[in-house]
Write a protein that binds this ligand. Structure first.
Ligand SMILES: C[S@@+](CC[C@H](N)C(=O)[O-])C[C@H]1O[C@@H](n2cnc3c(N)ncnc32)[C@H](O)[C@@H]1O
Length: 272
């Protein structure tokens, strides 16, 4: 359960307005994240990371970066944007969405800084858009991990090409997928156009579409997993009640193994 944390320099767990990730910190402190990946992380298609140089793109509070470090990576770099205004948001409703983000999420990147300090982590944070990843700027990486970023981008293929330019070994991609389209069109690559400025969402593919987009950017997909549910954490706002939301929850239980946001994960290697 959330609680008081050991002091982290000037700021502590309680100073973070919104925890995206549920993180286990020293002293029995568990951050009240919007999403709790602890139950799914072991099932993801991880490559060997021990002794490797690794990158986590779009790290938020750093769940995957700290996991790479825990698994024995030699060096971990975590990237993110600096400000809420740097999200790739659809133009209609953009300024309202930015204001809502500022109010809800508070200081961008504070959760990562607090967690890194209390964990005594050596993960290096770099402020850099995924579009700007290049060997000149960050070097190359044996392993790249990226979760839940493509649906927030106007141009996911360009972003994946930039990831490919810095990936020499393995790329693990974990993304929200449309559960209905993944079940109904298992082999056909399609995507749902969300264009929701409040959530900063553009396209959400089905599982086949997720794999296809990664392949088009110059990867060979070597392992796939899902759809599976990424569970909500203790800090997530209450979900809707009534027959519609209940039916949705039941469908996710039945088809994706639990309540949460439907996801697919894959492991790929660069081929171009
Ligand atoms: C939905 S969160 C996902 C966090 C984490 N990767 C996960 O899978 O749980 C998306 C993250 O990507 C970051 N982000 C948004 N646009 C970005 C961009 N153009 N380049 C890099 N990161 C970006 C956001 O700031 C946020 O930290």
């Amino acid at each position: 359960m959330p609680g008081s944390a050991p002091p982290a320099g000037r700021q502590s767990v309680d100073d973070v307005a919104l925890w995206y990730h549920t993180l286990e910190l020293p002293g029995g402190v568990v951050t009240p994240g919007w999403f709790d990946l602890r139950g799914v992380v072991r099932r993801l298609p991880w490559p060997e990371v021990r002794g490797k140089r690794c990158l986590d793109v779009g790290t938020y509070d750093g769940f995957y970066a700290f996991e790479l470090e825990r698994r024995g990576a030699r060096e971990v770099v975590a990237t993110d944007i600096a400000r809420h205004e740097d999200w790739d948001l659809p133009a209609p409703g953009r300024s309202q969405a930015e204001a809502a983000l500022r109010q809800l999420a508070g200081e961008k990147g504070l959760g990562f800084e607090v967690a890194r300090e209390v964990l005594g982590s050596r993960v290096e944070k770099r402020i850099l858009s995924v579009y700007d990843l290049s060997p000149d700027r960050v070097g190359t990486f044996d392993v790249v991990v990226c979760g839940n970023l493509m649906l927030h981008l106007r141009d996911p293929v360009r972003a994946l090409e930039a990831i490919r330019s810095v990936c020499t070994g393995r790329f693990m991609s974990i993304e929200e997928v449309s559960l209905g389209l993944s079940i109904a069109l298992r082999k056909r690559a399609v995507a749902e156009l969300r264009l929701d400025p409040r959530l900063g969402q553009w396209w959400v593919p089905n599982a086949a579409g997720h794999a296809r987009v990664v392949a088009v950017a110059g990867f060979e997909v070597i392992e796939q997993m899902g759809p599976f549910s990424e569970p909500f954490g203790a800090g997530h706002p209450p979900r809707g009640r009534g027959a519609g939301p209940l039916a949705l929850r039941l469908a996710r239980q039945l088809l994706a193994g639990g309540d949460g946001v439907p996801h697919a994960a894959l492991l790929a290697r660069p081929v171009i």
